[in-house]
Design a protein around this ligand. Structure first.
Ligand code: LLP
Length: 398
């Protein structure tokens, strides 16, 4: 297995499974996201091997490019969706309704009706009123919804507070004390609701798994109690959230994290007799994307040196929103260039529009290109047209 994702060959930056030369894609047409589909395929297979027998539902919010979707479908993934729009994209990309798990706190009547009409495999329910709504719509439409209860165990994980979801203060999932009420609704609406699963998602970019272990321990007795009352309950959905390394390029180290993560889940759930589902997003696609951007100006002030590029928070919002770190690599290596501390910023009229602050980089000049690493997850999928800037081009590489 390759250890790194980037390498310089003759001082030119190369990327991905096939070591493609990134300079070949740096064109005047503006910023571009490249996706290495081969890397996505091998990441999926690696995760599937770590969880034999489990079904992996790709959390498509991470990257919903049709070719990324098709690659994962062909590899054997299902899709984890959170909107009518994502259902539509999943179907267009070759997923069947039976391959789809539908999560999200704000499902509208229209979206639920559509899910019931299509026969979506499983709806992960996030609140008591949502379960009531699904029950009512199912009855009206004479359909039986297959539901999983997303439970919120009130457990913290080490991640940015904006991407933690398993705490009592978060809007996601349902408190354990609501289980009796949920049980009552499921029983009184047994004509339109079928309980098939219990689900959990503690948050994203998890690299330490103590919180996950604690959460699984808390949910096991609840699962058992429900399974005793609902013989249709067979699935335990452990969500997504496995993190990747953003500060270093070490795929081997990451495989070790995957092994630890898989062991925690498999060991905890070993005696439960449930079929395991997972909803990975970032881990499958994060390293498979790179954003190429061109230096427009180098602006030296008495306080800072700003490297102004043609892409910014409009194309990759993670640094602005979570102060997330992404490595910045010049496409052309210049061993003679002195190192300089710079702010790499975009064209958007916001001070939060930066890719890096006070980052030491080899001195850059107007017209040079940078690769923003590890942008395959939550890059383009969170992009917007603020300031009426164009969206970046996306190029999948097979
Ligand atoms: N399942 C559910 C219910 C989720 O809400 C998410 C992500 C996932 C699975 C996939 O999580 P992953 O394996 O990708 O960590 N925009 C943020 C991440 C937000 C994650 C939202 N939910 C970022 O750029 O870091």
């Amino acid at each position: 297995m390759r250890k790194t994702n980037f390498s310089y060959i003759d001082d030119s930056l190369c990327f991905g499974e096939k070591s493609i030369r990134l300079a070949d894609f740096a064109k005047a047409s503006g910023p571009v996201y490249l996706y290495d589909l081969a890397l996505i395929r091998s990441r999926f297979l690696e995760m599937q091997q770590a969880f034999p027998g489990a079904k992996l539902y790709y959390a498509m919010k991470a990257n919903s490019h049709p070719d990324v979707m098709r690659t994962l479908k062909a590899a054997g993934a299902g899709a984890d969706v959170v909107s009518g729009g994502e259902i539509c994209r999943a179907l267009e990309s070759g997923f069947e309704p039976g391959d789809i798990v539908y999560s999200g706190v704000g499902k509208t009547e229209k979206e639920i009706r559509e899910a019931l009409t299509l026969g979506i495999f499983q709806i992960n329910v996030e609140s008591v009123p949502e379960l009531e709504r699904i029950g009512r719509l199912g009855r009206e439409m004479k359909k039986k919804a297959r539901v999983a209860l997303r439970l919120n165990p009130d457990v913290s994980i080490q991640t940015h507070p904006y991407i933690a979801t398993g705490l009592a203060e978060n809007k996601f999932g349902m408190e354990l004390k609501e289980v009796p009420r949920l049980t009552e609704i499921l029983k009184t609406s047994s004509d339109s609701l079928e309980l098939v699963g219990v689900s959990l998602h503690l948050g994203s970019q998890m690299l330490e798994f103590g919180g996950l272990e604690e959460a699984l321990r808390l949910l096991k007795p609840v699962y058992r109690e429900l399974a005793a009352q609902f013989p249709t309950l067979k699935k335990f959905d452990a969500g997504g959230g496995l993190g990747i390394l953003y500060h270093e390029d070490d795929l081997v180290k990451e495989s070790e994290a995957l092994r630890v993560y898989a062991k925690v889940i498999r060991d905890e759930l070993a005696d439960l007799g449930a079929e395991l589902q997972l909803e990975p997003g970032r881990w499958l696609v994060g390293h498979a994307g790179v954003l190429l951007t061109q230096v427009q100006y180098v602006k030296q002030t008495s306080h800072r040196c700003f490297v102004i590029v043609d892409s910014g928070m409009n194309h990759l919002i993670r640094p602005a929103l979570y102060e997330a770190h992404h490595r910045l690599l010049p496409l052309q290596k210049n061993p003679q260039a002195p190192l300089k501390k710079v702010d790499v910023v975009g064209p958007i009229c916001e001070s939060a529009d930066f890719f890096a602050k006070e980052r030491e980089l080899p001195e850059l000049k107007e017209g040079e290109w940078l690769a923003v690493a590890d942008t395959g997850a939550y890059g383009f999928s969170m992009a917007n047209v603020y300031n009426l800037q164009d969206l970046p081009t996306e190029i999948p590489i097979s």
